[in-house]
Design a protein around this ligand. Structure first.
Ligand SMILES: Cc1ncc(COP(=O)(O)O)c(C=O)c1O
Length: 390
């Protein structure tokens, strides 16, 4: 029988041990034992599919990966210690010295640092296209281009990229299409349906959903994941079994949490849009979002991230943040607690002012990750802080 997303997220779990536990146990062990010399040889030769050492695999990390795999409708996956571990390993496994990446300009700050500071050490270069003009993608493709990379929605500007259109371009030019699906989660969007070859997540965000552990995961086809797995098991950014156990449990409640996150975020986005103290607000499911139709097409709901700009620029932004009482001032997102951040001075501070403006990050821009508190309480906190920006 084929079960629905919510049911699979709960019922897809590892085989019970001899103790017949109901909830998945935690296998906090670095390594696994062998029966004898032949068992050891055959295991290392991969004639047997079994756990050897937790840098390679562990029942808890495998359970977590398999849940994400079925949610994204992929073939297989590899977990990592963090989202950036997944992003870096994915590039390191598939790119060679001298390769070229075509990427959307709007990117998470650390991914941008990889592109501008570290990948150039191996002469890997990147060309960028604006999020609102994917007609430039084909023009940027060179003979040495290996992949197209996007986030959608983007961090922090919540812009939406047309995954289907980019997927078609990638296929036409035989390029790997890699999507960071962290802001949407597989509950809201499944990029593989639109032609993505590899889908990356920072599990630290909405997958954990309660701000406890870091983790990352990349999923895709059997062949690609085999190559990535070989890189991962030798390079070592492995997810800890404890974090995997937490993350796997959290995925059981992903759908109900995201439903409420989205409901709260839509309520707050509408209220922000109607307030006098705001220059603009961006939320994918508000009709005023420049890619509203696209968001509606490729996402189930609008997600939990809202970007807006208070009137009065930097000082007003600081006054707003200083007047916040309930919401947290933190750089994480996707937590049950509403989190407010100022990208220009935090997550995207390493970018030049010019680069920030090119991706819509103004000095007065605020990013809110809407949590699961009662929306009236979230709004009262924001409304009170907005009244104090002058
Ligand atoms: C879109 C996106 N990708 C990747 C990352 C990196 O994830 P991590 O902090 O788990 O390394 C983040 C973190 O904020 C993110 O927002």
């Amino acid at each position: 029988m084929s079960y629905k997303f919510e049911t699979r997220a709960i019922r897809n779990q590892m085989k019970r041990s001899q103790y017949l536990e109901h909830s998945t146990p935690l296998y906090l062990t670095s390594s696994f034992v062998f029966e004898d010399a032949e068992d050891m040889r055959a295991s290392f030769a991969e004639e047997k599919k079994r756990n050897i050492y937790s840098r390679f695999s562990n029942p808890n990390t495998s359970e977590f990966v398999q849940k994400v795999v079925q949610m994204e409708e992929a073939d297989d996956g590899v977990s990592f210690a963090t989202g950036m571990g997944a992003v870096f390993a994915t590039f390191a496994a598939f790119l060679n010295a001298g390769d070229h990446i075509v990427s959307a300009r709007a990117l998470f700050g650390s991914t941008h640092t990889l592109f501008t500071k570290y990948l150039p050490k191996w002469e890997i270069s990147t060309s960028y296209f604006p999020v609102d003009d994917i007609s430039l993608v084909e023009e940027l493709i060179q003979p040495n281009t290996k992949c197209i990379y996007v986030e959608s929605p983007t961090n922090p500007g919540v812009d939406i990229l047309d995954l289907e259109a980019i997927g078609i371009i990638a296929k036409k030019h035989k390029l790997l299409f890699i999507v960071d699906n962290c802001f949407a989660t597989p509950y809201l969007q499944q990029p593989i349906k639109y032609g993505a070859d590899l889908v990356i997540h920072s599990a630290t965000k909405l997958m954990d959903g309660q701000g406890r552990v870091l983790g990352g995961v990349t999923v895709g086809s059997k062949d690609l994941i085999r190559e990535l797995f070989l890189f991962a098991r030798n390079s070592g950014a492995s997810l800890s079994p404890f974090n995997a156990w937490i993350l796997s449990k959290s995925l059981e409640t992903l759908a109900v949490r995201i439903d409420r996150h989205c409901e709260n975020a839509f309520t707050i986005a509408e209220k922000l849009e109607a307030s006098q103290e705001i220059n603009w607000v961006k939320y994918p499911f508000l009709k005023s979002h420049p890619q509203y139709a696209l968001a509606k097409k490729q996402m189930l709901k609008g997600g939990n991230i809202i970007a807006f700009e208070v009137k009065g620029e930097l000082e007003a932004g600081r006054n707003f943040i200083n007047a916040i009482e309930l919401c947290s001032l933190s750089s994480n997102l996707g937590d049950s607690r509403t989190i407010i951040t100022h990208p220009a001075s935090t997550t995207h501070s390493k970018l030049s002012n010019e680069d920030r403006l090119a991706v819509g990050i103004t000095n007065g821009m605020i990013r809110i990750s809407i949590g699961l508190e009662h929306p009236e309480d979230i709004w009262n906190d924001l409304k009170n802080a907005l009244s104090k920006i002058e």
